[in-house]
Each structure stands twice: as structure tokens, then as C-alpha cells.
Design a protein around this ligand. Structure first.
Ligand code: AMP
Ligand code: FE
Ligand code: FE
Ligand code: ZN
Length: 280
């Protein structure tokens, strides 16, 4: 089994890439994909640890995209970075960083004191996000955990929410394809995504833009939703994956290996990557 969607401290997870590989080995997983948000910096470390431990590591990313005004996450697997992808990712990370002072300002206006230094003290990699703001609030004893910070201030629609820059969904898919990757839409039926990623839209992404798969199994998809998405993927002739979206201790209910993809299905994914010139 593979867990095809995990995060490390390089973005908003709480485990190092090495720790993820160690845990994957302990769980007896065949392998896992490291899919940090808008960054590839953890891949080499994960690969080195995976080689040592006999765990296959797939070079992944979770790209921040937008469709119909809604944030959509796109998983790219087997990435061979291109200059264009590197440029786009650098821009997304710049935008992630630039929004932090604005969030701090909003928090200040709400009477919650927080400094840039306190947020940056929670960041160990190159991709900064709302979870690091939440972690700073936890460190100050203002909230008990990340979820509380999101519910009170940081989630979309809450008072300290500041949107981040994204790429257009179709452009994102093309960009990842050009980097040799197999492209899978992450958790298409969570929160806002569910409103815009209808069956028809997913079908169009497959037929018009060569989408390679759908993340059907995900902790935030209920059993009926998962069954519906596995059936849709089969109907469309694309891969259906299942993954935990592990963020270490940063997300309860997303434990590594709690949702998985069989080796045979992952093999299909690896064949797509090979055919496209990606990294397997
Ligand atoms: P950002 O990338 O800065 O927009 O933050 C989004 C990230 O925050 C997601 O990748 C999740 O890891 C995390 N997240 C989103 N909503 C919540 C929530 N309600 N509770 C905890 N973490 C969340
Ligand atoms: Fe995340
Ligand atoms: Fe996501
Ligand atoms: Zn994720």
C-alpha cells in the first residue's frame, strides 16, 4: 500500500521528510508521496531516507490552484522540475509569505497580539501558511490547537482570513504535465471545492485537459462520497487514489497510512509518469 498525499515540515506538516519515511517503514507501507504545498525542497531528503529504509518515495507536490473563484489543490506526482514550474512555485511561496503581515494586522485589529517573529519561529521550511499562524497562537497559549485558530480566525470567511495567490487550475495541470507529472485532483469534495468540482467539471478536466486521476479516498470524504468518486473515476477511465493527507500532529484524523492506494493502482500511476518523462 501507498499513502499518496503527505506533508512535512517543509510546508505545514509536523514531521521531517525522514520521519515520514521512518513511519512509513514502521507501518509496512510500500511507499508514500511527499506532497508539500507549492514546494519540492523535501523530496531529496525523503528519497534518501526511503532508499535507506526500503520505502519507495514518489516526488510529489500539492499545487495551490483556483477554479471558478474557489481554491483547488492539485497533486503532481513524479515531478521533473522545469524552469517555468520553479518560477511559478517561487511566486506562490512569495505570495504565501507576503500575506502573513496582513494576517497579523487583522489579528491586531481583533485585539489578538502577534508578531512576524512569533509566526516565523514556527516555520522550518520554505512554504509558509495559515497553520504556522495557528501554531504561533498555540505557542502563546491563545488557542489549544490549530483547528481552534482556523475556526475562530483563519478559515475562509473568518475575520483574519487573507487569500493567497494561486494559479489557474487548467494552467496548473498543464504546468505539472510539462514537468512529467501525473496529475490528480486532491480532495475534490471538501469545503468549497465540492461546490464547483461537479462530476461534469471533473469529466471535462479529464477529456479536455488530460487529468490523470481523482483523489477519491480522503479522511474528509464520507463513505458515500468516496464510493461515488471511485465509480466516477472508473467511468472516466482515470486513476482513483486514496490518501491520508497526513500533516503529522497538525491534523487529527489524517494519520499516515490511514487511507491508502493499492500497489497495483500506484503502478498505473508510475507508468503514466514514465510515459510522460517524469521522475519515477
Ligand atoms: P494555506 O495554505 O495558508 O491557505 O493554509 C491551508 C492549510 O491549512 C491546509 O493545507 C491545511 O493544512 C490547513 N487547514 C485548513 N483548514 C483547516 C482547519 N479548519 N483546521 C486545521 N487546519 C486547516
Ligand atoms: Fe496543509
Ligand atoms: Fe489540500
Ligand atoms: Zn494536503
Amino acid at each position: 500500500m501507498y499513502d499518496l498525499h503527505t506533508h512535512s515540515v517543509v510546508s505545514d506538516g509536523t514531521d521531517t521528510p525522514t520521519e515520514l519515511a521512518e513511519q512509513a517503514a514502521e507501518l509496512g507501507l510500500t511507499g508514500f508521496a511527499l506532497c508539500d504545498h507549492d514546494i519540492l525542497d523535501g523530496i531529496t531528503e525523503a528519497r534518501n531516507a526511503g532508499e535507506r529504509l526500503g520505502v519507495r518515495v514518489i516526488a510529489g507536490i500539492e499545487l495551490s490552484a483556483k477554479y471558478a473563484g474557489v481554491d483547488i489543490h492539485v497533486l503532481g506526482y513524479g515531478i521533473n522540475p522545469t524552469p517555468e514550474l520553479d518560477k511559478v512555485l517561487a511566486g506562490l511561496r512569495r505570495g504565501r509569505l507576503d500575506r502573513i503581515p496582513r494576517m497579523i494586522q487583522q489579528m491586531d485589529e481583533l485585539g489578538v497580539p502577534l508578531t512576524l517573529e512569533e509566526v516565523m519561529a514556527q516555520v522550518s521550511g520554505g512554504s509558509v501558511g495559515r497553520p504556522h499562524v495557528a501554531d504561533a497562537l498555540v505557542a502563546k497559549g491563545i488557542v489549544a490547537h490549530r483547528d481552534e485558530a482556523f475556526a475562530r480566525w483563519l478559515a475562509a470567511g473568518r475575520p483574519a482570513y487573507v487569500p493567497k495567490p494561486t494559479v489557474d487550475l487548467v494552467q496548473g495541470i498543464d504546468l505539472l504535465h510539462q514537468a512529467g507529472a501525473a496529475v490528480v485532483i486532491a480532495h475534490p469534495r471538501i469545503r468549497g471545492a465540492a461546490k464547483v468540482l461537479t462530476d461534469e467539471v471533473l469529466a471535462d478536466l479529464v477529456t479536455e485537459h488530460g487529468l490523470d486521476g481523482i483523489e477519491a479516498g480522503h479522511p474528509m470524504h464520507d463513505a458515500a462520497t468516496r464510493a461515488q468518486l471511485y465509480a466516477l473515476a472508473e467511468l472516466l477511465g482515470v486513476i482513483a487514489t486514496g490518501s491520508s493527507d497526513c500533516h503529522g500532529t497538525g491534523k487529527i484524523g489524517h494519520e499516515l497510512g490511514s487511507v491508502t492506494t493499492p500497489d497495483g493502482v500506484t503502478g498505473e500511476l508510475l507508468r503514466i509518469i514514465s510515459a510522460r518523462g517524469g521522475a519515477v
